[in-house]
Design a protein around this ligand. Structure first.
Ligand code: ZN
Ligand code: ZN
Length: 210
């Protein structure tokens, strides 16, 4: 997909790109999702309270989400669920009212001819005529999507959910294995010893290898 110059010239997009380290389609999708969600929540005046984002992917897009929405891993209001979908839920911490955005299948939908040409180009079998035909098709598809705005990329559904409790910071004690301080709530029991996850994994691996 070709990211329009108009978007790349925006200050808030530049802030996302500088945080992320490069410009890419993933970042751009996160940018569009955040813009769409924030606009919707602003209209509903749901932004006064602390916003929480549940992301179903941990790809490039999350960096734009963090910059634009202020939901960050460090603050504990960006929650990662390993689902593997380009989908994000934004909700108020106190009320649980918010929206879920999910990438529309159409974004992935590459028409037959364009796909065929792309394959030929990848295999270095395309003529210069086919290359320009591909570029034209690709450009057209990109700009027709971008021209429709963020809603062409994401569906938006209002939701109300039970919010996960705020991440607590628990005291740390030493792991019986490696003797490094570890949050007490993260310790695991291993034959009566209280060990960290890493020590537990190492032990499991060693036992499994026997
Ligand atoms: Zn990226
Ligand atoms: Zn340990």
């Amino acid at each position: 997909m070709i990211i329009p110059d108009e978007i790349q010239a925006r200050d808030d997009y530049k802030a996302c790109a500088s945080f992320h380290g490069h410009t890419c389609m993933g970042l751009t999708l996160g940018y569009l999702a955040a813009k769409l969600a924030m606009q919707h929540l602003e209209e509903r005046r749901a932004l006064d309270e602390e916003l929480v984002c549940i992301t179903e992917t941990d790809a490039c897009c999350c960096d734009a989400i963090q910059v634009l929405t202020g939901c960050t891993f460090g603050k504990g209001n960006l929650i990662y669920r390993d689902i593997g979908k380009m989908a994000f839920t934004f909700a108020s911490r106190s009320s649980g009212v918010g929206v879920r955005l999910a990438m529309r299948p159409a974004v992935m939908n590459v028409p037959e001819r364009e796909r065929l040409l792309a394959e030929k180009i990848r295999a270095r079998e395309a003529t210069s005529q086919e290359i320009s035909e591909y570029e034209e098709l690709h450009q057209k598809r990109s700009s027709s999507l971008f021209d429709q705005g963020p809603a062409a990329f994401f569906s938006l559904q209002e939701i109300s959910l039970e919010m996960p409790a705020k991440a607590r910071i628990a005291p740390s004690i030493l792991c019986d294995g490696c003797r490094e301080p570890v949050m007490i709530t993260k310790l695991q029991d291993m034959d009566g010893q209280q060990v960290c996850r890493t020590c537990r994994d190492i032990s499991d691996r060693n036992n499994g290898g026997k």
